[in-house]
Ligand binder design. Structure first.
Ligand code: UD1
Length: 428
């Protein structure tokens, strides 16, 4: 299995191209199910999860063709998906288990074919993560839901969903996405209350509109969808990855560096950029991107994760690694997922001083971190170990690199280009 080896202590400086957003890509790909015409998505990141989703779509009978994948150094690529006919309406256990986002085919399959069967995702490294809100939303659009042998089977009476009112008791990104895609082809009007406002949801809405959908309230917590009898093909460019950009910003912070995050969109990154400034980094908006520059010692801060526009749970681990070297004590609170501190014992092995009490982590800044072999069990936790390794004295070996490959495009290449001493070893 591959591992990443980092010899720490190098100051990072230069330009890092920001890729298309993984979480936007994973909800834009299933939009192709909603039409028999081609949907072309450009600026798609080259990630294991995107490839995995492509395979899931192939299994449903949707053709995928990729342009630009082979050219070295190209950031992003385009994929054309065409769902002329759907040959299967089942997302099998093996796909859903490996990639939770597979659940996002449920809404569009049900809307297009009047039925869909999707495996229950099961437990996952960062918490329990049920799908009850996805199912309740589809029921509000008229679906009948049955559970059999670890699978959810949803059917639309008479073969078509009807518009309805969906009121989410808590904010869910995935459930809002499934609801939107389903409502786009339902008969009549749907209203989604307490919708997630993550920028990836607005990206999904804009893609659906480009395909002929009618959606009001984009970017707000109340979305109104006028269902259409059919949608058409479109060309759509995936938004930049705000979490990737935030992760590289932390790399600038933790190494005392100066990075221009090329193509990052500051409008989507309010809470992340405020956190960086509060931690003592200089954040400036420049033509072509956001520049993050260290300016004296890192300062401690208090952060609590929350749905957008709050501070994203997907940035908690990376900030924690950075704050492990701050000049004082930080308090981080995780409110979204119950088991999202699995990087803490690994950071502690590198010398970090972190105490977890329930959902709160107290991070006492230390003078230095030291390299060690470490492993993590989820994507963002793995990135926090990479960040710690970039700043640590000595050599850090990060195992289970496949987590990183799910969400960071060309990680070693991007970090080496700005001065990191990092390599991948395939023999580990
Ligand atoms: C998405 C993101 C993930 C991010 C998360 C929160 C993708 C592919 N993944 O995940 O990177 O960390 O948003 O910003 O976009 N919940 C329920 N019932 C449900 C659904 C969710 O109780 O049916 C709970 C979850 O357990 C969690 C909270 O709602 O506590 C938010 O989860 P949700 O926003 O749904 O996360 P995902 O869409 O899975």
């Amino acid at each position: 299995m591959d591992r990443i080896i980092i010899r720490g202590g190098k100051r990072l400086e230069g330009r890092v191209p920001i890729s298309g957003a993984k979480n936007a890509a994973l909800t834009l790909l299933p939009c192709a199910i909603l039409t028999d015409q081609p949907l072309t998505l450009s600026n798609l990141p080259r990630l294991a999860d995107v490839d995995g989703f492509g395979h899931l779509m192939n299994g449903l009978g949707i053709s995928t063709s990729i342009a630009g994948a082979k050219r070295k150094g190209v950031v992003g690529r385009a994929m054309t998906l065409k769902a002329e006919t759907i040959v299967s309406t089942t997302a099998p256990y093996d796909m859903v288990r490996k990639m939770r986002a597979s659940i996002l085919v449920l809404g569009p399959l049900l809307a297009r074919e009047g039925e869909a069967t999707v495996s229950l995702p099961g437990g996952c490294a960062i918490g329990n993560r049920p799908i009850d809100l996805h199912l309740k939303a589809l029921e509000a659009l008229g679906a009948d839901i049955e559970m059999t042998a670890g699978y959810v089977r949803a059917t639309a009476p008479g073969g078509r969903l009807s518009g309805g009112r969906i009121v989410f008791p808590i904010v869910s990104v995935g459930a809002t996405e499934n609801a939107l895609m389903a409502a786009a082809l339902a008969r009549g009007e749907s209203v989604i209350e307490n919708a997630a406002r993550e920028p990836e949801i607005a990206d999904l809405c804009r893609c659906l509109v480009a395909m002929g959908a009618e959606i009001e309230g984009i970017g707000t917590e109340r979305l109104i969808v006028q269902g259409k009898d059919s949608l058409h093909g479109a060309d759509y460019r995936v938004m930049p990855d705000r979490i990737e950009a935030g992760s590289y910003a932390c790399a600038a912070g933790i190494t005392g560096g100066d990075l221009l995050l090329e193509g990052a969109n500051a409008d989507d990154m309010g809470a992340i950029l405020s956190g960086l400034s509060e931690a003592g980094l200089q954040v400036t908006h420049e033509a072509g991107g956001i520049r993050v520059k260290a300016d004296g010692p890192l300062r401690p801060l208090s952060l609590s994760t929350a749905p957008y526009p709050g501070f994203p749970t997907d940035m908690q681990a990376q900030f924690m690694a950075m704050l492990a070297l701050a000049n004082g004590t930080s308090v981080l609170t995780e409110t979204i997922f119950e088991n999202r501190y699995m990087h803490v014992p690994e950071l502690a092995r590198m010398g970090a001083d972190i105490q977890v009490h329930g959902r709160t982590a107290i991070v006492k800044g230390v003078e230095k971190l030291t390299g060690a072999p470490v492993m993590a069990t989820d994507l963002r936790a793995s990135m926090s170990l990479i960040l710690a390794g970039l700043a640590a004295e000595g050599t850090t070996e990060v195992l289970r690199v496949y987590h990183l490959d799910r969400g960071y495009e060309r990680l070693e290449e991007k970090l080496s280009a700005v001065g990191a001493d990092i390599e991948r070893d395939g023999e580990g």
